[in-house]
Design a protein around this ligand. Structure first.
Ligand code: ZN
Length: 339
């Protein structure tokens, strides 16, 4: 299974393809599911290439993108008559690939194999004599998130006589697909970029409150939305994860407010000390220098940030031979255990 995509800095290949191929895995037949959690650039680059390489994989994206408005929107943006925004180009390429592998006769039937919505099972592989049963569930978007998304995407369409607006979907994070993976008797929670919302029918509150979500606690958590406090919901941790779960974090370096901040990490730390980050959190304060140097820097630069090398990698592996409850965690490049 592949979830989201980004490119390797040097080869410009999708990292997931590179990784699986180097392990000797035939991606064409072995990858069963490819999920795009939401349509932000940092989760999408190279997605169309993954789709063509993994030809047996079912393609999944958020049900909120189902509306004809969204499909129309991708088409309008791809004709370049409209200001292009994050992710639209890549989605256009994805549609092209889907079109090519479609067996249906009607062009309107081209689309993802599965639309993700809260509590839908996306994959089920029964146990065979060498392995464990595997199940994958979507935990979001909620039905209310869907309703809102459909009306928002409709508003993005350009209309005659009105000025062109930059095509920014207001909150793709609210319709982002969080995933629950069951392997044998272990659970893994991939938090995507799903955020909190005051409305309990949306975001993490909706997930935790859902009577239909799969039960149990996750021992591995991909921390939602780069560790941001707007995606921190204490009940997600206290009700859906085991104490001292392995928390995997991806910092977000660009943008005005790099994620996570030190405070964000402290919140997570109240649930687990096992926090692994694929890079140094860039929002953290630069080291103190000589006071005159600091003063001069303050005079010429409004904000300062510590600059580090390319993204590292956190690898968590489970061995079927050794028993699934004993994961090995390895860190590469700038990745680190946040102690
Ligand atoms: Zn993101």
């Amino acid at each position: 299974m592949v979830v989201d995509s980004c490119l390797d800095r040097e080869s410009r290949q999708p990292i997931a393809l590179k990784y699986l191929t180097e392990l000797g895995i035939d991606v064409a037949t072995s990858v069963k599911l490819f999920v795009i959690t939401h349509w932000h650039d940092d989760h999408l680059k190279g997605a169309a290439d993954i789709l063509s390489a993994c030809r047996d994989a079912k393609f999944v994206c958020s049900e909120a993108l189902r509306s004809t408005e969204f499909i129309q929107f991708v088409r309008i943006c791809s004709t370049r008559s409209f200001m292009v925004s994050s992710g639209v180009d890549e989605f256009d390429r994805i549609f092209e690939k889907l079109q090519r592998r479609s067996t249906g006769e009607r062009p309107e039937s081209v689309g993802p194999d599965l639309w993700a919505i809260a509590d839908r099972r996306l994959l089920y592989l029964p146990k065979n004599n060498r392995s464990f049963n595997v199940e994958v569930f979507a935990l979001s978007p909620s039905d209310t998130a869907m309703t809102l998304a459909l009306s928002e995407i409709g508003q993005l369409l350009p209309r005659a006589g009105t000025p062109k607006r930059r095509a920014v979907a207001q909150r793709p994070n609210h319709v982002s697909v969080a995933l629950w993976i069951i392997v044998g008797n272990l659970n893994i929670l991939l938090g995507s970029d799903l955020e909190n919302h005051r409305d309990k029918r949306l975001g993490w509150r909706a997930v935790v409150l859902s009577p239909n979500r799969p039960r149990g606690r996750a021992f591995v958590v991909k921390v939602p939305h780069h560790g941001s406090s707007n995606a921190y919901y204490h009940k997600m941790w206290s009700e859906m994860t085991t104490p001292e779960a392995a928390a995997l974090l991806t910092p977000f370096a660009s943008g005005k407010r790099p994620l996570p901040s030190q405070d964000d990490v402290e919140k997570i730390r109240s649930h687990t000390s096992q926090i692994y980050c694929t890079g140094r959190p860039q929002g953290w304060r630069p080291p103190r220098r000589d006071s005159t140097v600091d003063k001069t820097v303050r005079e010429i630069a409004r904000t300062r940030r510590v600059v580090h090398g390319p993204m590292g990698q956190v690898r968590l592996r489970l061995s079927a031979q050794r028993g699934l409850d004993d994961p090995t965690i390895e860190l590469f490049g700038e990745a680190q255990h946040l102690t």
